[in-house]
Design a protein around this ligand. Structure first.
Ligand code: IPD
Length: 292
């Protein structure tokens, strides 16, 4: 029998959250510069993970190392949980959840739709539903666009040379007029049923986009570039930072069990008016094809 996740510990106080957000912005921007400035001309695949299309480049590793070094210098008691190299244990309550490149395949092909994603959470990020993300920063290194949020502080976006702007999500259109982002896992068997879920949804919405980076997709729901997003198989590092941005912007983020339950089984996001009909359609299609 699966055990219920332990309740998350309390969030750090506001002044500590502000400081953690400052560190998250600094390390994400530094990693973003590294990815652009030091991208090798002959960038290739370093290793593969769940399938031969699930790739790691040398720059994923360098970006992760840089982020871990800077977090260790600024916040030596915190734990780090990252997509590459696992992570380090801490002695305090805060864990950093790091994706050094979200959208690695786009980075490999030099498609400018990838991100550095850095979150701070309390609880256990390894357990779905076992953690609360309270700071999130997502940076697109190519455009320099940054999305940042902390619990209670709102969501903000910024671009080089421009003042930061508050991000407030729109309620969302009717389901039939919704522009929906999604993504697919790397394993062939999962892709087979993900295609069937997509087949159910496509006739019911305005159109589908598959940009290739879940963190940016979720931020784009916050800014209105997408009306909604869903995917099965997201890892905590794909999700944690953008979840804070979306939540603070007023986007409803949920999973198979409804709002506030995103995780590997299903993550969906939409503005408050669209969230009900969209989540019903996505949950129904996912349960039908995945058998959960
Ligand atoms: C991937 C991207 C992609 C999503 C995959 C993720 P990665 O992250 O976010 O859009 O569809 O599920 O694994 O592997 O590039 O960090």
């Amino acid at each position: 029998m699966s055990q219920a996740p332990a309740p998350s510990p309390e969030l750090p106080a506001e002044d500590e959250r502000v400081e953690i957000e400052r560190v998250a912005v600094e390390v994400s921007m530094a990693a973003a510069r590294l990815l652009v400035d030091e991208r090798p001309h002959d960038l290739g695949v370093d290793t593969t993970k769940s399938s031969r299309s699930d790739v790691v480049t040398v720059m994923d590793l360098r970006s992760q190392d840089l982020i871990m070094e800077r977090i260790a210098a600024a916040r030596p008691h915190d734990a780090v949980f990252g997509e590459e190299r696992g992570g380090v244990d801490g002695t305090g309550a805060v864990t950093w959840v790091v994706d050094p490149i979200d959208g690695t395949v786009n980075y490999l092909y030099d498609i400018p739709a990838y991100a550095v994603s850095v979150a701070a959470v309390v609880g256990d990020p390894r357990v779905p539903g076992g953690f609360t993300a309270f700071v999130g920063v997502v940076v697109n290194p190519v455009t320099g666009e940054i999305f940042r949020a902390r619990s209670g502080g709102g969501a903000w976006s910024g671009r080089p040379g421009r003042a930061d702007e508050r991000v407030l999500a729109a309620p969302g259109p009717d389901l039939g007029l919704a522009l929906v982002g999604t993504g697919f896992g790397y394993a062939a068997e999962r892709r087979r049923w993900q295609a069937r879920v997509l087949g159910d949804l496509l006739p019911r919405v305005r159109d589908i986009r598959r940009e290739g980076g879940a963190a940016l997709d979720l931020c784009h729901v916050a800014t209105g570039r997408l009306d909604a997003f869903y995917e099965t198989g997201l890892n905590p590092w794909d999700l944690a930072a953008a979840w804070v941005v979306a939540r603070e912007a007023g986007v409803v983020v949920g999973g198979l069990d409804g709002p506030e339950t995103p995780g590997p089984d299903l993550t969906w996001a939409a503005g408050p008016a669209l969230a009900g009909p969209f989540s019903a359609a996505v949950i129904e299609a996912t349960r039908a094809h995945r058998g959960v």
